[in-house]
Design a protein around this ligand. Structure first.
Ligand SMILES: Cc1cc2nc3c(=O)[nH]c(=O)nc-3n(C[C@H](O)[C@H](O)[C@H](O)COP(=O)(O)O)c2cc1C
Length: 330
């Protein structure tokens, strides 16, 4: 049974990865309904938070139904990170997660995200200060290292644990790899097998089938799997993995009706949360995957991704439901 601080997250939990512009409250709620055991917000800038930037503070919203939920923040300045902890706490998350893995230039160039992998001492002292500044469990998400020649994850994980980090999620790539190549889970397993480690070690990177999740559990012995891209537009991934664990068999894919229902609810929750314009706009990225595999779908997809009025998008959902009723997904 894995525990993050005092939070029981079950046996081999499946965690929804933090994903910018994806892991928002509506999407997290859908993933939670479909079996995600822990969900994380997208990363939130500590500098944005302390300046009360509307874009950052909006990302702090959480729904009761998605708990346990972790809010992820990034930054490299101690004062800003500590102030952010206080702001984040007011939203009442269950976990505060620190992003030490984001590879994008604008984050890394400020020494934040994966940039901090070049300065392990700072990474550890920031984590320590944050742990001491809050009663909430602090977790870390990071990568194997800066580049292939500087992989120090074994040492890093131990040091983070020693200063009170309550769980670590490791993406099996270096910063230099960005998203290229295959994620390497062997160094993550080394972290887990270090006899000094006692906090949960969650594996991340390329879990895109129930078999891979099982491999992470059984061959690599990790404590849970963090899932990102496989869930985008496909929140059912979580239940499919769980079904496979339980029965050894693949679950039938979601029916057309389930997909239309998810799309409808996703859009409605998004509108309720951030208003008509943003709700319509930001839910578009999910539709392709929701309806993947349906032949001659372009006409409907175009309506969904080009209409600015939610009424037209909802109409497109109704049309799809009628037109493709009973369609059998492979
Ligand atoms: C669109 C997108 C946005 C992401 N945003 C974040 C983020 O905000 N914070 C973070 O720690 N990782 C972020 N990541 C990385 C994912 O959390 C995850 O580590 C990565 O996608 C590998 O896992 P996967 O192969 O299951 O997708 C993002 C990834 C994607 C694809």
């Amino acid at each position: 049974m894995a525990k993050i601080g005092n939070i029981d997250v079950g046996d081999f939990p499946l965690l929804l990865a933090p994903m910018e512009d994806v892991s928002d409250p509506p999407f997290r709620a859908l993933c939670k309904e479909q079996g995600a055991d822990v969900v994380y917000t997208e990363f939130i800038s500590s500098e944005g938070l302390i300046r009360d930037a509307a874009k950052s503070t909006m990302k702090l919203d959480i729904y009761e139904k998605e708990r346990p939920v972790g809010i992820q923040i990034f930054g490299a300045n101690l004062e800003s990170m500590l102030q952010s902890v206080e702001i984040v706490e007011k939203s009442g998350p269950d976990i505060i997660d620190i992003n030490f893995g984001c590879p994008v230039k604008k984050v890394v160039s400020k020494g934040a995200g994966a940039g901090i992998l070049k300065d392990v001492d700072l990474m550890v002292s920031l984590t320590k200060a944050m742990v001491e500044h809050t009663k909430l469990p602090v977790t870390v998400k990071t990568r194997l290292g800066w580049d292939h020649d500087s992989i120090k994850i074994l040492e890093v994980a131990e040091k983070l644990q020693d200063v009170g980090c309550q769980a670590i999620s490791i993406h099996g790539r270096t910063r230099a790899q960005m998203y290229k190549g295959e994620a390497d889970w062997a160094p993550i397993a080394e972290v887990k097998n270090n006899p000094r480690m006692h906090i949960p070690v969650f594996g991340n990177g390329d879990v895109d089938s129930p078999e891979k999740a099982m491999e992470m559990r059984d061959s690599y012995g990790l404590d849970g799997a963090m899932i990102g891209r496989a869930s985008i537009g496909y929140p059912w991934f979580f239940r499919e993995v769980k079904h496979y664990f339980k029965t050894g068999e693949h679950m039938a894919p979601p029916t057309l009706e389930e997909r239309v229902d998810a799309a409808r609810r996703h859009l409605q929750m998004a509108i309720d949360w951030k208003g008509e314009r943003l709700g319509v706009f930001e839910t578009r990225r999910h539709y392709t995957n929701y309806f993947k595999g349906i032949p001659h779908f372009k006409e409907y997809r175009m309506k969904m991704v080009t209409s600015d009025d939610s009424i037209d998008v909802f109409k497109a959902f109704d049309e799809v439901e009628k037109e493709f009723a009973g369609y059998e997904f492979a």
